[in-house]
Ligand binder design. Sequence first.
Ligand SMILES: [Zn+2]
Length: 371
Amino acid sequence: MTLRLFDTETRAVRDFEPLVPGHASVYLCGATVQGEPHIGHVRSGVAFDVLRRWLEAKAFDVAFVRNVTDIDDKILRKAGEAGRPWWEWKTTYERAFTRAYDALGVLPPSVEPRATGHITQMVDLMQRLIDAGHAYASDGNVYFDVMSFPEYGALSGHKLDDVHQGESVGQGKRDPRDFTLWKAEKAGEPSWPTPWGRGRPGWHLECSAMAEFYLGGTFDIHCGGMDLVFPHHENEIAQARAAGDGFARYWLHNGWVTMGGEKMSKSLGNVLSIPNVLTRVRAQELRYYLAAPTTGRCSNTPTRRWPRRPQPTGDSSRSCSRHVTGPATFPSERGPTRSPTHSTTISGCPRRSPRSTAGAVRATKHSTTET
Ligand SMILES: [Zn+2]
């Protein structure tokens, strides 16, 4: 019996061959605990809970790591705007995510490490990168030198000329394509000591450091939402492999949740909160919808209305192997009479997809196959 997974990095369905027979080591990028979770936030937790349960059902001993990003610009900003301590803010919403995962039947991970609890590992990793010539310190910041890593872009398909990290220019950054490993201390923000000055971690650094700490330099599966392929996972690979680790052997990505063709996002104001949805449907139904990717057509178009259960969209000859689509339509939080043209869909078909996102996920119940 062979488990077959769609691997984003190779853009191919591959037989799952664990590093250690009978064991499976899995790292899932968890939540940034900045606010109340909406259903888009927990899709990866549900999708890869299915993968984990599948592995365990096949008698694998699974080490499943799902981190908590508990230090971040948004956490600090929102806590500040609310006049609350950042540590109270992030703890409050970490608990909210835990409640959501519990409600949806997501098993607790083997370990749930917080970024702020792994500064030592991050400092060690930065030191290795600086020693190897892949990173540099400047004015209290530490940056990764993208041009020093020839394989950069292999996961996402980004060409170096097209790289935009989505972060500020950065004090002392030598090349705008470089990304931040460590942010220099700012007044009023929490900070930790390093050999290069006090500061706080950049987002990408934590996952490479924690994955290595818990799962070793080389492990089996790294997973997360499709929107993390670039820059987050690209940068995780650069950090880990430039430091000499093999890192993940399989990369799996789930599609995101969309509403009216747009990614569900607080910044777009189109979110469905989990407590609200659970007043309308049972938790099992929400879990089913979030876990059901199907191998559908490459489309954001909803194919049926809630609460009918989704059916496979069938006809693989017309399917787009790059994407997964969940044919679910949710009722609006603003009322039941919403126009179908604005209905909510669950879909993995990104609107702005670099060739990179070739790696839609086949890591869930319907698309993980055994032969
Ligand atoms: Zn991550």
